[in-house]
Write a protein that binds this ligand. Sequence first.
Ligand code: NI
Length: 179
Amino acid sequence: MAVRPILKMGTPSLMQPSVPLPREQFGSRALSKLLDDMKQTMVAAHGAGLAAPQIGENVRLVIFEVRENPRYPGVVVPFTVLINPVISVIGEAREAGWEGCLSVPGMRGEVTRPAKIRYTGFDEHGEPIDRTVEGFHARVVQHECDHLDGVLYPMRMTDMSRFGFTEILFPDLAPYDDD
Ligand code: NI
C-alpha cells in the first residue's frame, strides 16, 4: 500500500479516455492493491474523490467519500468504489457549485452541472451499484467520472471569472486544498 503521486493538469494521460475494467479483474488482488493505493492517496490529500487516471491508471474506476467536513456542511457521502460507471441525468435542473481537483491543486472554480443523476456501476467484487442522488453527491460523482473521459473541471467552466486560488477565494478552507 502506498500514497501515489497525483498527476497534474497538463499531463497528457489525464486527458485521455480510460478503458473499462475487465470482468476478470473484479475481486482480484491487483484491483485490491490499486484501490488501497487510491484510498490512501485520497485520504492523504484530503480529497472527496479520486479517479484512477489521476494516479496514472487509465481504467474506469473512481472512489469517493464525503465525511462531516466544514467545507461541505450537512453533506455525507458513504465511501464508494465505483467501477465502469454509467451516469444518466434526471430532470432539467442544473446547479452551479464550486469545485476543486487534486489534479489542479490550489484552485477552485464554479461549474454548472445537472442537479440530479442516477449512477450505476459495480463495486470491487462485481456487485451492482444503482443510486439516484442530488446535490453535492451528484456533483462529486460527475466530477470523478469526467476524469474517466479525460475531462477536468476547468474544461466544463463557462465563466472564467469564477476561477481562482483557493487561498484567495476561500481563505477559511486554507488547510485543505482540493477535491
Ligand atoms: Ni478531480
